[in-house]
Design a protein around this ligand. Structure first.
Ligand code: CA
Length: 224
């Protein structure tokens, strides 16, 4: 899942981004409201974290403009003070939730998780298909009850395949939702990750679940 973080304070932004990446999210950072607006309308994010206090265009205004443009991506607003008015303003502008600074990173991660889950089609805390199980809260994968160790990118890729299962996903959708904007789409990294994930998920003796769909991309589902 890919997140856009709009925050002008560089230290705070890198602190939040690092924590979210540890939770296997791909994160892009925008340091102004104008840039955030542009990026949010360009790429397919699964959630947006928006600081209220930004130089130039405020977080409130960015939020209003995104909603006016018809964007339905869940938005978490970061408010600097405990002012009730600021929260109300944020929610009125179309934010789904807010968090008051300073906050614990665990709290932020929990809010983001809940927000993405509420987003269209993103399903439950535990994703299942056949004997494969992915616990999004504990970041664990199991097949037939046996734990499978996954790297954070492998986890993110499997999560995206499961969210869309049994429908196929294209290579560019994978790049959009699993990697951030610094990803070089000219590489064969997607193929490498799919292969590694296959080796771990579809081990010897188990039913194959990850399939290549010729001319489209990949799908997680039962063999045809
Ligand atoms: Ca700020």
């Amino acid at each position: 899942m890919r997140i856009l973080l709009v925050e002008d304070e560089r230290k705070v932004a890198s602190f939040i981004a690092r924590a979210l990446r540890e939770h296997t999210y791909a994160v892009d950072v925008a340091d102004t409201g104008e840039r955030g607006l542009e990026m949010a309308l360009e790429a397919a994010y699964d959630a947006i974290i928006l600081d209220v206090r930004l130089p130039g265009m405020s977080g409130i205004e960015v939020c209003e403009r995104l909603r006016r443009a018809g964007l339905e991506t869940p938005i978490l607003m970061l408010t600097a003070r405990t002012l009730v008015e600021q929260r109300v303003e944020g929610l009125d502008a179309g934010a789904d939730d807010y968090l008051t600074k300073p906050f614990a990173l665990a709290e932020l991660a929990a809010r983001v998780r809940a927000l993405i889950r509420r987003g269209v089609g993103h399903g439950a805390a535990i994703l299942r298909f056949a004997d494969l199980e992915l616990d999004r809260r504990r970041r664990r994968a199991k097949r037939s009850g046996a734990s499978i160790a996954l790297t954070s990118k492998e986890f993110a890729l499997l999560e995206f395949l499961l969210v869309r299962a049994p429908n196929p996903i294209t290579r560019s959708e994978i790049i959009e939702h699993v990697w951030d904007c610094h990803f070089d789409s000219g590489t064969n990294l997607v193929e490498v990750y799919v292969r590694r994930l296959r080796e771990k998920i579809d081990g010897e003796g188990s039913l194959r679940l990850i399939h290549t769909v010729r001319g489209v991309g990949y799908r997680l589902g039962l063999p045809e």
